[in-house]
Design a protein around this ligand. Structure first.
Ligand SMILES: Cc1ncc(COP(=O)(O)O)c(C=O)c1O
Length: 297
């Protein structure tokens, strides 16, 4: 593990060349550009999207923007741009930074305002768009996952379909997995069914068929999840959205995760239990190949 100083130097070096869009202008990425009194910072009061650009193509941009507006609507945040304007800002951000492959973030917070959770104290939403180069977060060789003790925040508290800035549930899950020597956390919901990983949706393959928890399990309606369901069906693989238990994961032929940061990656063991052969399986490999072809063509 590298030291904090080395990490800071690496990040500063990479970001010194980048420009970030903040409320109507582009500023240097490592210069402070938002107020300490921004409600995104004070309360995690905001929404976001993570998007990848592969070559010349921003992958599923419209779908991400659509989901962002839906999340903002649930939080009663009025994004001060049309969807088309925001899409243009995203494109400008990657162009200004001359990035071919990129990891993009759009962040909308409730904005600068008075202290206190009352949203009426805020002047106007803050809009941030940033992009940088980023490798997939896991090795395609395989992830060792732990079913953590912390449960997914239930729909009755914060609807997991809204992609908000409140990620403490996921962060605590990730910490528990890492502290136990695993790569990634899988959270169960309050009923004990599999929900999702810290920032990925979960799939299994068994007897050549694929299954994934339904949206009603309290998960983000992942855009990579939607793509993978579609690709699997196009490959003639039957896909069902059904509740899964830890038993289903342990006894699956294959388990894999999907997400913008992770892309599509196999899980080779869960709680130390080897999944299938303990390597990326054939269903995963077919879907991963179709995914790579889609994003690159
Ligand atoms: C909690 C959670 N689930 C699933 C995903 C995967 O969603 P997507 O494929 O849209 O990136 C993410 C992505 O950030 C996430 O945060």
């Amino acid at each position: 593990m590298q030291s904090n100083e080395t990490l800071r130097a690496q990040l500063d070096e990479m970001r010194s060349k980048l420009l970030v869009y903040v409320n109507g202008r582009f500023v240097k990425a490592n210069e402070p550009a938002i107020s300490a009194f921004d409600h995104g910072l004070l309360y995690g009061d905001g929404v976001y999207e993570a998007i990848r650009k592969y070559g010349d193509k921003i992958f599923m941009l419209e779908e991400h923007i659509e989901r962002l507006y839906e999340s903002a609507k649930t939080l009663r945040i009025n994004i001060p741009y049309t969807k088309e304007e925001l899409a243009r800002i995203v494109k400008q951000t990657v162009e200004k930074n001359a990035l071919k492959d990129a990891y993009i973030r759009i962040i909308i917070t409730r904005g600068y305002g008075k202290m206190g959770v009352d949203p009426r104290g805020c002047v106007e939403p803050t809009v941030l768009v940033m992009a940088e180069p980023r490798e997939p977060i896991f090795s395609v060789k395989g992830v060792r996952a732990k079913i953590v003790s912390i449960r997914r925040i239930p729909q009755q508290c914060i609807d997991p379909k809204a992609k908000t800035l409140n990620y403490l549930n996921h962060i605590l899950a990730k910490i528990e997995a890492l502290e136990s020597g695993f790569d990634e956390a899988i959270m169960l919901n309050e009923q004990g069914f599999v929900s999702e990983a810290s920032t990925e949706n979960v799939f299994i393959a068994k007897k050549g068929m694929v299954a994934t928890p339904p949206l009603s399990a309290g998960i983000l309606d992942g855009i990579t999840r939607r793509v993978v369901i579609r690709l699997a069906k196009e490959l003639g693989i039957q896909v069902s959205e059904v509740n899964l238990t830890p038993h289903d994961l342990y006894n699956a032929d294959e388990v894999f995760l999907t997400g913008t940061a992770a892309e599509v990656v196999p899980v080779v063991c869960v709680d130390g239990v080897k999944i299938g052969s303990g390597e990326a399986g054939p269903v995963f490999r077919r879907i991963r190949e179709a995914f790579e072809t889609l994003v690159r063509n």
